[in-house]
Design a protein around this ligand. Structure first.
Ligand SMILES: Cc1ncc(COP(=O)(O)O)c(C=O)c1O
Length: 394
């Protein structure tokens, strides 16, 4: 049986899969079973933040795996406490952290914190959460309902939980607030929605308004967090102080981990929330190793340099192929080219793979670039060389 047949027969077919079989990765290079090399501009949808085979990460994982992989959350877990401290210190916010295993789970935690806050802090219950129409917050029943993209609300999985509504833009959020609104949940750069950043001033004004009204601001940093937009958090870049922030993707460098952090440290009490695996020894050790690598690069100015280099290269491409792309979008190493049609988007992604370059789609017509934060100039140059080859046959 071929691998493709095996996959199709035994794995539930929830993804439209490509069947290139990657067997090895080094930095931002991937190798398939035939030894063919690919440049990775996707990093597992923004997950492999320190690339493939990073020595600091793999050594930390091997060492931790040889000692303890998992002990329940009923015991104190030293690397978990250290990771929470590191995240809080890097964020600059006075917050507490709960660890989960994915972005959706982190957002579930955020919504639970908001709901309990709304239940316990006001005379009459507040429970409604406002999100944005092009948002993406996860695939559990609640986070799919929190996701503003209508296509996700298929009747197959109904009934969904109550209390979510969607607005087209930030300025519409103000009008939608009522006395039952407890929180506004946003991404600062909408990832799945098309790599669309919001204006800093618009976000700062919203943050101030919500604070005055005692409505929580939840920032979903599942994709934007962990240096993806240049600072540790996009919230740092936007110079706001959210009430709740969620993280996942890049935090474990590929080891599943999610985190919800909040300045309302006393909302959850014992028994309110939990996770068997969340923040276990292995995933916390991964998080600590990833942050050690990235903090060092940040402090030496390497991340800023990489971001600038990638942006400049992409600008050249956007201009050169303006007949195919409307514009360049995104921030930091969360970038996209908005294609003129979705057919162009699909062809670019397929051609790129044929030329040995992995890129992603986002929204209906955006070609998305989410390289590892540790990508080198060499890898960037080679990737764009292949991208140009891919463009030759569009
Ligand atoms: C902004 C955002 N939130 C939440 C999620 C869901 O994360 P996960 O797939 O880890 O559950 C994603 C995943 O793409 C995301 O981009």
């Amino acid at each position: 049986m071929t691998l493709e047949k095996q996959d199709k027969h035994y794995v539930l077919q929830t993804y439209t899969r490509d069947y290139t079989n990657f067997v090895k990765g080094v930095g931002s290079r991937l190798y398939d079973e035939n030894g063919r090399e690919y440049i990775d501009f996707a990093s597992g949808i923004g997950v492999n933040s320190v690339g493939h085979g990073n020595k600091t990460l793999t050594s930390a994982l091997c060492e931790q795996a040889q000692n303890i992989i998992h002990i329940s959350n009923l015991q104190v877990i030293e690397p978990q406490a250290k990771l929470a401290q590191k995240i809080v210190e890097l964020s600059g916010y006075d917050m507490g952290v709960f660890f989960a295993n994915s972005g959706a789970e982190a957002n579930e935690g955020a919504i639970k914190i908001a709901r309990k806050y709304g239940e316990t802090h006001f005379d009459s219950k507040r429970y409604k959460v406002i999100t944005l129409e092009h948002s993406f917050h996860g695939r559990t029943i609640t986070t799919v309902k929190a996701t503003g993209q209508e296509s996700f609300h298929t009747p197959h999985f109904s009934p969904y939980p109550d209390g979510f509504s969607y607005e087209k833009s930030i300025k519409d959020v103000y009008k939608a607030i009522d006395k039952e609104t407890v929180a506004v949940l946003i991404e600062l750069v909408q990832g799945e929605g098309g790599v669309q950043p919001f204006e800093k001033t618009e976000i700062q004004a919203l943050a101030k308004y919500l604070k005055d009204k005692k409505i929580l601001l939840i920032v979903d940093e599942v994709q934007t967090g962990v240096y993806r937009t240049g600072e540790f958090l996009a919230s740092n870049l936007y110079e706001i102080e959210p009430d709740i922030i969620t993280l996942a993707k890049g935090l474990g460098g590929g080891v599943p981990i999610g985190a919800v952090m909040t300045k309302h440290k006393d909302i959850f009490s014992a028994g309110d929330h939990g996770s068997t695996f969340g923040g276990n020894y292995l995933s916390s050790a991964a998080g600590l190793a990833v942050l050690a690598v990235l903090e060092n690069l940040y402090d030496r100015g390497v991340i800023a340099e990489t971001h600038l280099y990638f942006e400049q290269k992409l600008e050249v491409i956007a201009k050169k192929y303006a007949m195919f792309f409307e514009k360049e979008v995104g921030l930091g190493l969360m970038r996209g080219l908005r294609a003129k049609t979705s057919n162009i988007q699909v062809s670019v992604i397929q051609n790129a793979l044929k030329e040995g370059l992995v890129v992603l789609k986002a929204g209906r017509n955006t070609v998305r670039f989410l390289p590892s934060i540790t990508i080198t100039k060499d890898e960037i140059n080679e990737g764009f060389k292949r991208f140009e080859k891919a463009m030759a046959t569009i």
